[in-house]
Design a protein around this ligand. Structure first.
Ligand SMILES: [Ca+2]
Ligand SMILES: [Ca+2]
Ligand SMILES: [Ca+2]
Length: 466
């Protein structure tokens, strides 16, 4: 009996081999198109939010051409898997659909994204439809898009170095010790912190997986400038354990900048002449320098056309200074109307270079007199020593004064029962606040007198007993 069954098996194999396509066409199938779909996830270490490619193979196992075939996908469970328009190629739902000759097969790489924040893997059904498909049971294929399990952690480690010899790699003795290293990442609940050791090395033993972590440093020794290190993928594969993070010297090491205006006082609309003096105090030439003024756009700065800076304009960034060179750049700018509400027009210029950061800042100001305003504030003392204002800490009946930087008295007034004091009709500008004995003003004693509508509101000034 054994011989007979072996022979029977052999015959069966021969039958399949000879008839070819017959193996894929059930004898019972009716004539007509019959698409069959098989989806396979391309293997990888996927994190929430990653693009995940799925290969979808479509074969017409029927005996008739299939037309107007269209693909779609549907998230059966878990976080939503979204596929952008066009991902299905000629099977795109909004298009005319694809055609398949009998026996024809094509594979589509459909790339989608799973949504953030779920601990469950998405299960997705891929489906291709063609009108008249004789057997719809094989037109769908369900796959689970496995992510790196939630709760997985990874080691992140490296070295922070100050590239003193400028060879672009950590050299002996270049490790920066004692710097705080802060790590945060998308999806992480908080920040991790450690400190570099004597060789500048740092380690986070268990960082939760994240598609995008970034590191920044704090308390960096000796004025070194560290980059923001972002786009670190922490996926549990141990790929971020040899970070070499290069710190550079600030441009202020070798470049000085001072600014000045040609007059002490201006009228609105007047053209002021500003001079910027740049000095290369290093022993090497500097290149790629540029000047950026009024960086915050406050409207109180001289309006200087960028082109006046020539090679040093932000658009060109082509300024050069030979070793030891001192360069004077003179520009002109209009005094804006807004400056008159503050009583001051400013020149504030940052100098930077293409290759180094943290350049010097040059500042100067001129007065823009004319407007006047009341200045109101409250004087208080920290009775309970908690560092902040509390009800009942106002100082009544104390005499306070406003005076100029040069010490000239401008206004004098007394606080009321609630510690409030008003200096009426003061020329706009910046003043120093003082109080008479036994009280002494502490901390920042600058008072900005600003005309409406730009005022910051009432000020508060802390005083202590002398
Ligand atoms: Ca089918
Ligand atoms: Ca080096
Ligand atoms: Ca207090």
């Amino acid at each position: 009996m054994r011989r007979t069954s072996l022979r029977a098996l052999g015959l069966l194999t021969a039958a399949f081999t000879l008839t070819g396509l017959v193996t894929a066409t059930p004898a019972s199938a009716e004539p007509g198109p019959n698409l069959k779909v098989t989806a396979t996830v391309v293997q990888g270490r996927y994190l929430p939010g990653d693009e995940i490619p799925v290969d979808v193979t479509v074969t017409n196992i029927g005996d008739t051409a299939a037309a107007e075939a269209k693909g779609s996908n549907y998230t059966v469970s878990g976080p939503y898997f979204t596929v952008p328009r066009g991902a299905w190629g000629d099977l795109e739902n909004e298009g005319p659909g694809a055609s398949y000759a009998p026996g024809e097969t094509r594979t589509y790489r459909v790339i989608g994204k799973s949504m953030y924040g779920s601990k469950e893997d998405p299960t997705v059904q891929f489906e291709v439809y063609t009108p008249g498909d004789v057997d719809y049971r094989d037109n769908t294929s369900i796959v689970t898009l496995e992510h790196v399990p939630a709760g997985t952690t990874d080691r992140v480690a490296g070295q922070l170095y100050g590239d003193a010899n400028e060879d672009g790699v950590p050299s002996p003795g270049e490790g920066l010790a004692g710097a705080e290293v802060h790590l945060s990442g998308v999806g992480m609940t908080g920040e991790l912190m450690t400190t570099t050791d004597a060789a500048g090395r740092f380690e986070f033993a268990a960082v939760p997986i994240t598609p995008n972590a970034s590191i920044y440093f704090w308390k960096i020794p000796n004025g070194w400038i560290t980059p923001h290190t972002g786009d670190l993928r922490v996926d549990g594969s141990g790929s971020q354990t040899a970070l070499a993070i290069k710190a550079t010297r600030p441009l202020t090491d070798v470049l000085q900048a001072t600014g000045s205006l040609d007059k002490a006082s201006y009228a609105v609309g007047e053209t002021a002449k500003a001079t910027l003096v740049l000095t290369n105090i290093g022993n090497r030439p500097l290149a790629g320098l540029w000047v950026g003024c009024d960086p915050v756009g406050s409207g109180q700065h001289l309006e200087i056309a960028d082109t006046q800076w020539g090679d040093f304009s932000p658009a060109k960034q082509a300024g050069t200074l030979a070793a030891g060179q001192r360069l004077e750049i003179t520009v002109t700018g209009k005094v804006p109307e807004k400056a008159s509400y503050f009583g001051r027009v400013y020149l504030t210029c940052y100098v930077d270079s293409k290759t180094a950061s943290s350049g010097p800042v040059a500042e100067a100001f001129g007065k823009v007199p004319g407007k006047r305003a009341d200045s109101r504030g409250r004087i208080w003392t920290d009775k309970n020593g908690n560092g902040q204002w509390d009800s009942g800490e106002q100082v009544p009946n104390v005499t306070a004064t406003l005076s100029t930087d040069g010490g000239k008295l401008v206004s004098l007034a007394k606080t009321d029962a609630d510690g409030w004091v008003t200096f009426p009709n003061v020329a706009v500008g910046v003043y120093r606040l003082r109080t008479v004995a036994p009280w002494r003003a502490v901390g920042d004693t600058d008072v900005y007198v600003i005309a409406p509508p730009y005022g910051f509101g009432d000020w508060h000034q802390q005083v202590v007993r002398r």
